[in-house]
Write a protein that binds this ligand. Structure first.
Ligand code: MG
Length: 341
């Protein structure tokens, strides 16, 4: 297989603010794996919290270029295992490569990847549309730009979180889920959960800082709403630790290293009776189409990343008011529509 790397700066529709940062452009690395003229694509966006940059992802992948040239596409899980020693400190890079391997694998076999895994798409969770932090008026306006969605995910971690949700609730009957991105204390979480439950919020994502395990255990036992781990659940080993501290986990493909470890995390979470969500990290349709392959295995999904962009770079899976529409093409069905400058 031949490796190509492309760097894009994805302009966002709005400045996107969460509890710890604001961005208006999302840099992303696209991995292309080519075999006999067939091309598979994968993606990892940069992330300061997790230390992923275009430069360190690129360097890590350049280091496995020759090894890739010796491989033909087969089971992507085996390729993941073979490359893991070289890429274990670079999960974002390994994720982008693992996605590209899956897309290529499906394209070479003429089947969507979910079907090669033995899954069907009869029952799928609906994705939320995410509303980043802003003034309340702007948050309401952002929601009204995407009307009629069944679920909205509201980013919180401000001085007036409950007021934000109250005001949004005046404009829709949709389900809400909230994400505090580590912005609350345990007492705040328990107080907020009582009120948010009355506002038809279904769960709280990562209320506390990632390492507050004792506080999290208390919140898990006493909260009026389920709590879902995100920053506390990064790699496979974290799933075990989240049991008894969270009601579920939100898996992000770049954090854990791709589809291959994500499937193992889903299985382990099920064994531990936890709910499972997969989230996105402001990816284009390249990364979103990879997430879509996992949908039949999930309770919840947050795969609106490409809709937060002012301009996309690929075709593949589309999202229509929370519903995932799969492309006709095999693999993840990705075609790049833009080449980097
Ligand atoms: Mg989150």
């Amino acid at each position: 297989m031949n490796l190509q790397l492309y760097h894009f700066d994805l302009p966002l529709r709005h400045v996107f603010t969460i509890a710890r940062e604001s961005i208006s452009v999302q840099p992303t690395l696209i991995v292309e794996l080519e075999e006999q003229g067939v091309r598979g694509y994968g993606e990892a966006t940069t992330n300061p919290y997790y230390g992923a940059t275009i430069e360190n992802m690129t360097n890590a992948l350049q280091g496995v270029r020759e090894e890739l040239q010796r491989h033909e596409i087969g089971d992507p899980a085996e390729l993941w295992q073979a490359l893991h020693p070289a890429l274990k400190d670079h999960p974002f890079a390994q994720c982008a490569l693992d996605q590209a391997a899956h897309d290529l694998w499906g394209k070479r076999r003429g089947q969507p990847v979910y079907r090669l895994w033995g899954l069907t798409t009869e029952r799928l969770p609906l994705t939320n549309y995410t509303i980043g932090i802003d003034t309340i008026d702007v948050m309401v306006a952002k929601m009204r730009e995407f009307p009629g969605w069944p679920v909205y995910k509201v980013k919180l971690g401000t001085e007036h979180d409950l007021e934000i949700v109250r005001q949004l609730r005046r404009h829709t009957d949709a389900v809400f889920r909230v994400d505090a991105n580590c912005g609350w204390t345990a007492d705040e979480t328990l107080r907020n959960a009582e009120v948010l439950k009355t506002l038809n919020v279904e769960f709280i994502e990562q209320p506390l800082a990632a390492d507050r395990w004792d506080d999290m255990r208390r919140v898990y036992r006493e909260s009026a709403l389920p709590v879902i781990a995100d920053e506390s659940c990064i790699v496979e080993a974290d799933v075990e630790r989240c049991a008894g501290h969270f009601h579920g986990i939100n898996i992000k493909l770049p954090k854990c290293g791709g589809l291959t470890p994500a499937r193992r995390m889903i299985q382990r979470a099920r064994e531990l009776q936890m709910r499972v969500m997969v989230g996105c990290m402001t990816e284009s349709t390249v990364g979103i189409s990879a997430i879509a392959q996992l949908l039949p295995l999930l309770d919840y999904v947050d795969m609106d990343g490409a809709l937060l962009l002012a301009e996309d770079i690929a075709t593949g899976v589309r999202i229509d008011q929370g519903r995932c529409i799969y492309p006709q093409e095999p693999g993840h069905g990705i075609q790049l529509t833009r080449r980097p400058q």
